[in-house]
Design a protein around this ligand. Sequence first.
Ligand code: C5P
Length: 223
Amino acid sequence: SAPVVVVLDGPAGTGKSTVSREIAAQLGYSFLDTGAMYRAMTFWLLNAGVDVDDADAVAVASGKPVIVSGTDAAGPTITVDGVDVSGPIREQPVTAAVSAVSAVAEVRTRLVELQRASALHAERGIVAEGRDMGTVVFPRADVKVFLTASAETRAARRAAQLGVTDLTEIAAILADINRRDTADSSRATAPLRKADDAVEVDTSEMTPDQVVAHIIGLVHQRV
Ligand code: C5P
């Protein structure tokens, strides 16, 4: 039978990645971090000296890198042209440029194709997380979740992840999250949006374990 498809969308800092990975682990499904794919594309473009604010240049160049996301014993991996880029894609230059890159239609067409192929090749099921999983990439997903959290909660979580305690730096993280969410929600192609049939879960007052248990409950109800 076809693999079960569980999707999680939502803005930055809602805990999507942590929660999606854990759900996949508990259900024995594969895990797909689509943000990592947009980040890997961005990393390659920056390295290649492409002006990421030039949408035409991005569109042309975006056909070149070979992006592969997979899993090894240590967890999810992402490579570009055979090189593991898991570390550098989390750094500031990529984070600052990724929204411009992900707004380019040609980039999305190419990565969406890879995302759908991953789901086809999943053994039992897949947990895919991103911004447009429920609306564009997997409109017929078995379970659709849209995660939210207050902006302050999201900034605090991101700061904790990065080990930042300085208030000025936390304010900068909050500003960066808000900038990225506005860009992702207002772009013309596949904007960040809750699918009409997605279940919204506000994680502000929940621990990751509670969110995981809640979503696994939804999966068991439907599959
Ligand atoms: O989830 P993460 O913060 O790694 O995503 C990085 C960026 O990739 C997002 O801010 C967004 O611009 C883009 N993205 C996207 N569509 C997805 C996943 C991520 O446009 N499905």
